[in-house]
Each structure stands twice: as C-alpha cells, then as structure tokens.
Design a protein around this ligand. Structure first.
Ligand SMILES: Cc1cc2nc3c(=O)[nH]c(=O)nc-3n(C[C@H](O)[C@H](O)[C@H](O)COP(=O)(O)O)c2cc1C
Length: 192
C-alpha cells in the first residue's frame, strides 16, 4: 500500500513534523510504503490563475509540482500535517493546494465528474497543531483540506488537531498525542 506523507511546516523538527513522523512510523509498521514530501524543500510557486490546465489538466508552471501531482494521484492514502497559521494551513501547504486546482479542472471540467459528492474511496488523515486553544481553531483549515484531498480522489477520514502547542518541542511533553498519531497511521493502513 502506497501512502504519501506531506510535511507542511517550515520547521523541520517541530510539532507537526514529529506528529507526522509518528504516523509514518505507524503506517510503515503496518506494512505501507510511505513517500515523504517535505514542502519547504520543494520549488512550488503559487497558482497564477492562467488556466492553462483547461487544455489537458496539467499545470503550465514548471517546478516540482508535476512530480508531486503524480505522487498524490498514485497514493492509496495521504497524510497531511500543518501548523495553524492565522487559522489556516501554512503558506507551503496553501501553495500546494492552489496548484491542485489543475487536478480539480481535470476531474470536474475535463472529465465531467459530478460535483459535490466527496465520496472518495482513498482515506486522508489531517494532523494539525496550533498554539491557542479555541474550539474552532481547526475549522477553516479542515474545510480547505477536505476539498484539497478531493482533487486527488481522497476523502478526509480523520482530523487530529492538537491545541496549546507553540515551542518546537512542546509536543514532546505529550507522548499521548504522538501515540494517537502513530495509531492513526496503523489504522489507516488497515482500512485500505
Ligand atoms: C505565521 C504564524 C501564524 C500563526 N498563527 C496561529 C494561529 O492563528 N493560531 C494558533 O493557534 N497558532 C498560530 N501560530 C502558532 C503555531 O501554530 C504553533 O507555534 C505551532 O506549534 C507550530 O507548529 P510546528 O512546530 O509544527 O511548526 C502561528 C505561528 C506562526 C509562525
């Protein structure tokens, strides 16, 4: 089973990256083959909204997106990890999301799939962290992730959102969060 794991924080070793490392370890222990994508290391421009993708569903900007899109489409499950930045995903993740408009165009305009179903078979897991503790901290980001996942036929299966974490090592005070993420990685593989 192929899984894509997307590291969305600019911090290499922070709260979301540690959570994702845990989920990846769980998925691998259950037999998955995991491709790890570290967005901060990639060349990924924001969408230019020129709609060159109307022709064949391919984005015209030449950078790391082309290979990444193939990886997203080929995976049988996806795990995305992002910190909350102004109640949204990080800019690294948002750039990837917007570039996936080309996949949306392919799916809904060129291939004419019916809109609004979100009944995808491939599971997606969203790991999120924020410093504050508000009830609705992850609501906006979760909505974005749901529709981002749909562009590569993935359904948001579970969101694990952790509040009150700010310093890069804060997550280490909560081994139970890391264990929950590891178990979600295991469960995801078992589901597929
Ligand atoms: C640009 C920026 C914006 C942030 N905005 C929020 C926010 O809106 N809500 C919140 O709870 N935390 C916010 N934070 C705090 C981060 O979400 C928090 O430090 C998180 O633990 C970082 O995760 P990481 O270690 O995986 O990078 C912000 C941090 C930065 C740098």
């Amino acid at each position: 089973m192929k899984i894509t794991a997307i590291y969305g924080s600019p911090r290499r070793q922070g709260n979301t990256s540690r959570l994702l490392q845990s989920a990846v370890a769980g998925a691998r222990s259950a037999g998955a083959e995991v491709t790890e994508i570290v967005l901060r290391d990639l060349k990924l421009q924001p969408c230019l909204e020129i709609y060159a993708c109307r022709k064949d569903g391919r984005c015209a900007i030449k950078d790391d997106f082309q290979v990444l899109a193939e990886t997203l489409l080929a995976a049988e499950a996806t795990i995305l990890a992002s910190p909350m930045f102004f109640y949204a995903v990080s800019a690294h993740v948002k750039a990837l999301m917007d570039r996936c408009q080309s996949l949306w165009v392919k799916k809904y305009w060129l291939d004419e799939k019916p809109l609004g179903r979100l009944d995808n078979a491939k599971p997606g897991l969203f790991l999120a962290v924020g410093a504050t503790t508000g009830k609705r901290l992850f609501d906006g980001a979760e909505m974005s992730v749901r529709y981002f996942f749909d562009t590569f036929d993935t359904a948001l299966w579970k969101t694990l959102g952790y509040r009150g974490l700010d310093g890069a090592d804060d997550i280490l005070k909560h081994p139970e969060y890391l264990e929950e993420a590891r178990q979600a990685g295991v469960d995801m593989v078992k589901m597929v």
